[in-house]
Design a protein around this ligand. Structure first.
Ligand SMILES: Nc1ncnc2c1ncn2[C@@H]1O[C@H](COP(=O)(O)OP(=O)(O)OP(=O)(O)O)[C@@H](O)[C@H]1O
Length: 261
């Protein structure tokens, strides 16, 4: 890969301390109605670089992310932030953006205002933060427009800008650029890299291997409810350790019965 020096310098350029990492997930099990969808998943997320979760459809990536963010409760195992269970203070230092942005029926600026107010940001600080976040996302000219009439790419930029305006220590992104065109994708990727440079830990799911190569510091690879490897992105793409990852990168499908096509 040709962008290693950029990643190294990015990782060295933190501008603030991350107050919730490292995160440690231990033996997570998720089995609604007795059907095991996550099997004893353990991983550690530390500061520095984008952590990218890869794996085939149905591998359990979204379930894992939702458990890490506290949106669903696992049937076994636990998630520890700096060694302790998530408190309200820890949850407030995290944000999540979904593949389909969840926006309120009000203007772009009012969507931002609502999130900042709910997060307890003082009234006088909200305006400047909204302006800065919309500028950075390249949608300042849309501030007064109803959020629901924005294009898909604009809506997703707003969702990411809104999440970043909260200045989270950890930002979870579940396929934020799925179905966006190259220009919108590039705009979102620029926001992700800027957040990374500021010391916001980005944990992200993507199906776009080129995007993973552009952004990721490390790869967490999932196969049928298990993490088969967690490694530096360069290592993963050059020498994937697991058969499942090798097959995935080669475009071979792992079928539920254990065979490969
Ligand atoms: N509450 C639930 N009850 C039953 N099955 C579920 C539930 N939630 C998710 N699943 C199933 O668990 C599997 C993993 O889902 P998940 O959304 O985590 O996959 P994913 O890796 O994010 O896939 P994709 O890349 O398609 O988004 C899927 O087969 C899904 O249908």
């Amino acid at each position: 890969m040709n962008n290693l020096p950029e990643k190294v310098s990015r990782n060295a350029s933190f501008t603030r301390q991350n107050l919730v990492l490292p995160m440690r997930a231990e033996d997570l099990r998720y089995a609604p109605d007795g059907v095991a969808l996550l099997h004893d998943v353990s991983l550690q997320i530390a500061e520095g670089g984008v952590s990218m979760i890869l794996g085939a459809n149905g591998a359990g990536k979204s379930i894992l992310m939702r458990i890490l963010h506290g949106l669903i409760t696992p049937h076994g195992g636990r998630v520890l932030w700096r060694g302790g269970e998530a408190t309200d203070a820890v949850r407030r230092r995290q944000a999540m953006v979904f593949q389909k942005p969840v926006l309120l029926r009000r203007s772009v600026a009012a969507n931002m205002e609502h999130a900042l107010k709910a997060a307890g940001v003082a009234r006088g600080d909200r305006g400047p933060r909204i302006e800065a976040a919309l500028q950075e996302a390249g949608i300042a000219h849309l501030a007064k427009r109803p959020a629901r009439v924005l294009s898909g790419g604009e809506q997703q930029r707003l969702a990411v800008a809104r999440a970043l305006s909260l200045r989270p220590d950890v930002l979870f992104l579940d396929e934020p650029t799925a179905s966006l065109d190259p220009a919108s994708t590039a705009a979102i990727e620029a926001l992700i890299l800027a957040a990374d440079r500021r010391g916001c830990k980005v944990v992200m799911i993507s199906h776009d291997l080129h995007q993973a190569q552009r952004l990721a510091g490390e790869i967490v690879f999932m196969d049928r409810g298990r993490i088969t490897e967690q490694s530096a992105a360069e290592t993963f793409f050059e020498q994937p350790a697991s058969t499942a990852a090798r097959d995935f990168l080669a475009g071979r499908l792992h079928l539920p019965d254990g065979t490969t096509s």
